[in-house]
Design a protein around this ligand. Structure first.
Ligand SMILES: NC(=O)C1=CN([C@@H]2O[C@H](COP(=O)(O)OP(=O)(O)OC[C@H]3O[C@@H](n4cnc5c(N)ncnc54)[C@H](OP(=O)(O)O)[C@@H]3O)[C@@H](O)[C@H]2O)C=CC1
Ligand SMILES: O=C(O)CCCC(=O)O
Length: 484
């Protein structure tokens, strides 16, 4: 299948390994399909461990030279990469939608969001300041240097094929690190296109490799090779835990951005229309396939019925279809497994007494299209209270008191994003402080941006991406003690 791109060279199906664009030595490939049509878009290499080792060795050589360059030079290259990504927005968005499914408008939004991390870290590259610390004796001086971690690796998911990549590569390169990236097998083409633009911007050969193939095989090399000093992962909690265990043997640093189970709380004094709009943005963005999506909507008894009625009306108006069609709000789910998962969650809830207010089943378009759904009468006993839904289902739980809803919201091993709507200033502070989450959106359903520290607590992960803190994950502190 060919895509109608302004720059057709951006549809690349080889890997970037050690500065060269190559096929797998074995000739093996994996197919990339369009979830809206199930058509094959491309076949990318399935490389083996020896090819990963080659990428890692080249990264080590390139990293030394890169770290030695003035921060301003690294910043200028990142800035050029940002400009090229912005200029290629239409092509990148079409590639992204074709392999991932989200509506083109959302894909364009993701490219802008992805680019914002490159711009941000181009700026931060120049502001990696060390410290001098008052010494414990008159003849001692303490200096703290900030140095790059070295060669790093990243493994990224399919739900944000651009943003999850730039959010890792940009701070790594800004800090003076090299990176070997394994994008999700379902969405490697956006990653490869971004790598082409990075090369054009002047990222030196070998500094960035992008490899595709068996997750287990690539993961095994990235987590065991002693040259890799750090792994950054975004994906499921299950795989994240496994990778942390694998990294333990060589004591690699890890950043983990894992699953969520976001509460979205609407208090009686909330602006209901604003809360409905916030819920729409938070829940149905990317067809609900986002780790910060509202997973459990808690609505206080006094406004419950009004909120349900207005939300159901808005959800019923959503247009489902292929992401490339005009005005589509909800694209297909990523694959059949995702459809089975949401189906099972709905069956479980129905068997325990929940009621479907709107939607509730496979969409008439067939394939992996699923109806945007609102479910009421939900309880803690239902599976979606505990599990990440990753689909367009909004389960609504009724609650009475602030104390009760805080207990329910925190009743999960996850702690990524949380949201609440209300106007009482005292309560705003109390609730924000008590929610055991890395991020709290108050009177908004959209919290992600490059200036903010994105990340979770508990089993949602460790480390922060974006913001002035994001570069710290790629920096080591070195303490120098000088005796005069
Ligand atoms: N926090 C988040 O943002 C995300 C959460 N999820 C959650 O996870 C569920 C499952 O989604 P899924 O795509 O399977 O997520 P995974 O965690 O399986 O995949 C994320 C990335 O990890 C890779 N991977 C998978 N297994 C291994 C392994 N053993 N060693 C090394 N790398 C590995 C995948 O590669 P490959 O693609 O080749 O399998 C992909 O690049 C979703 O329904 C959702 O609940 C999913 C994606 C993102
Ligand atoms: O779902 C994810 O993996 C990341 C969420 C995207 C974002 O809001 O940054």
């Amino acid at each position: 299948m060919t895509l109608s791109l302004n720059d057709s060279s951006l549809l690349e199906s080889r890997n970037l390994i050690a500065g060269d664009w190559v096929a797998a030595a074995s000739g093996k490939t994996i197919s990339v399909t369009n979830p809206a049509t199930r058509a094959t878009i491309a076949k990318v290499p399935a490389v083996d461990r020896s090819e990963i080792a080659l990428a890692i060795a080249a990264a080590a050589t390139a990293q030394e030279a890169w770290a030695a360059r003035p921060a301003k030079e690294r910043a200028n290259i990142l800035r050029r990469w940002f400009d090229l990504v912005v200029a290629a927005t239409d092509d990148l968005a079409l590639i992204l939608t074709s392999e991932q499914g989200k509506p083109l408008a959302e894909a364009r939004g993701e490219i802008a969001y992805a680019a914002s991390y490159i711009e941000w870290f181009a700026e931060e590259a120049k502001r990696v300041y060390g410290d001098t610390v008052p010494g414990p004796a008159a003849d001692r001086r303490i200096i703290v240097l900030k140095q790059p971690v070295g060669v790093t690796a990243a493994i990224t998911p399919w739900n944000f094929p651009a943003a999850m990549i730039t959010r890792k590569i940009a701070p790594a390169l800004a800090a003076g690190c090299a990176m070997v990236l394994k994008p999700a097998s379902q969405t490697p083409l956006t990653a490869l296109a971004l790598a082409i633009l990075a090369e054009r911007a002047g990222v030196p050969k070998g500094l960035l490799s992008v490899v595709t193939g068996s997750a287990r095989e690539i993961g095994a090399e990235l987590t065991s090779n002693p040259v890799i000093r750090k792994l950054s992962f975004t994906g499921s909690t299950e795989v994240g835990k496994e990778l942390m265990k694998q990294c333990a043997d060589t004591v690699k640093r890890t950043s983990m951005e894992l699953g969520g189970n976001a509460p979205f709380i609407v208090f009686d004094d909330a602006d209901i229309d604003a809360a409905v709009e916030g819920a729409m943005a938070s829940k149905y963005r990317n067809a609900g396939q986002t780790c910060v999506c509202a997973n459990r909507l808690f609505v206080q008894a006094g406004v419950h019925d009004a909120f349900v009625e207005r939300l159901a009306r808005r959800v019923a108006s959503l247009k489902v279809g292929a992401g490339t069609e005009p005005d589509v709000d909800i694209g297909p789910l990523i694959d059949d497994a995702a459809v089975s998962k949401v189906r099972e969650l709905l069956d479980d809830a129905a068997s325990k007494g929940a009621t479907v207010a709107v939607g509730g089943g496979a969409h008439a378009l067939g394939g992996t299209f699923f109806e945007p759904t609102v479910v009421t009468g939900t309880t803690r006993e239902m599976a979606f209270f505990h599990e990440e839904i990753f689909g367009p289902i909004a389960p609504i739980f009724r609650f009475d008191s602030e104390e009760e809803v805080i207990r329910l919201a925190n009743d999960t091993p996850f702690g990524l994003a949380s949201y609440f709507y209300g106007r009482d200033v005292g309560r705003i502070f109390r609730v924000a402080e008590k929610l055991e989450y890395g991020m709290v959106g108050i009177n908004t359903g959209l919290i992600s941006n490059e200036a903010a520290p994105f990340g979770g607590v508990k089993e949602s992960g460790q480390g922060r991406e974006g913001s002035r803190y994001g570069i710290d994950d790629y920096i080591e502190l070195k303490y120098i003690c000088l005796q005069l």
